[in-house]
Ligand binder design. Structure first.
Ligand code: OAD
Ligand code: ZN
Length: 252
């Protein structure tokens, strides 16, 4: 079985991470859709950094839920597997999906990168063991935090920013190429799209392309989305309820 799974914020909702467009997504009365932009960062980098630090903290204290676990199990059992996630948290990884089987198409919230040059660094959560390098990296941050909490690049002096894709920014090409090459090689027998409003055209496009040779297209979402009318199976349930069952069916 060749599988593509696409996830969005709804998959982490049951781990206590607010979705973008849900009611709980607001932060200090601010709309995340407006905060996650290059314009917001240009206007008030301090505010944007405070939001990202809060989110990092929340993610560090969260645990993967049954949806993340089910996807990790499917990754192990499938003949070929790729997860494309819009989530910038690390819960898929912590549930056991290997980095090579996963594309974080909107980036990684634990990366801090320069807004001008190519300098970037992964800010490993101290409690997580992502390998022996983590403690060392953690101690050797090569940027200076200014008094207002905004880091500056040690290489070129420009402001450092979170390593995520903001609204209006292009997707990282090395990541889209990984998705393209997976889709080019062969069609998928099963495509699961879970917990996303599928507002971005590329999400719908990838799901349709992967499943267009008669593959199943399963949508897991309590609500209707622009993808719903293309799905061969609609599961209107929370991801942590539906995915363990779906994965059991597919792997038994
Ligand atoms: P959204 O916040 O737009 O949508 C969350 C989706 O999850 C909605 O369709 C909900 O119905 C659904 N949902 C909520 N709870 C769920 C649950 N327990 N189980 C399953 N589904 C549930 O999040 P995304 O679609 O991921 O991008 O948003 C896409 C992108 O827009 C984000 O990656 C981010 C955002 O702005 C950028 O920052 C570029
Ligand atoms: Zn720089």
């Amino acid at each position: 079985m060749r599988v593509l799974v696409i996830t969005g914020a709804g998959v982490s909702a049951e781990s206590g991470i607010p979705t973008f467009r849900g009611k709980d997504g607001y932060w200090r009365n601010l709309d995340p859709i407006k905060l996650a932009t290059p314009e917001a960062f240009a206007r008030d980098p301090e505010l944007v950094w405070q939001w990202y630090r809060d989110r990092r903290q929340r993610i560090r204290h969260a645990q993967p839920n049954a949806a993340h676990e089910a996807i990790a199990k499917l990754a192990q059992r499938a003949d070929e597997f790729l997860l494309v996630t819009q989530n910038v948290d690390d819960l898929h990884q912590r549930a056991g999906v290997a980095k090579v089987e996963m594309v974080q198409i909107h980036g990684d919230i634990f990366v801090t990168k320069c807004s001008r040059c190519d300098f970037n660094q992964h800010d490993y959560p101290p409690s997580q063991s992502y390998g022996a390098a983590s403690e060392r990296d953690h101690q050797q941050k090569r940027w200076q935090i200014q008094e207002n909490g905004v880091p500056r690049c040690a290489k070129c002096g420009a402001l450092m920013r979170p390593g995520v894709v903001w609204f209006g920014e292009p997707l990282p090409s090395h990541e889209t190429e990984r998705v393209e090459s997976y889709l080019q090689r062969d069609p998928c027998g099963v495509v699961i799209v879970a917990g996303t409003t599928a507002t971005f055209g590329y999400i719908i496009h990838w799901a349709l392309r992967a499943s267009h040779h008669g593959g199943e297209l399963i949508e897991v979402n309590p609500e209707e989305t622009p993808l719903s009318r293309f799905a061969t199976r609609l599961v209107r349930e929370p991801a942590a309820v539906a995915l363990p069952r779906i994965v059991d069916e597919l792997t038994s």
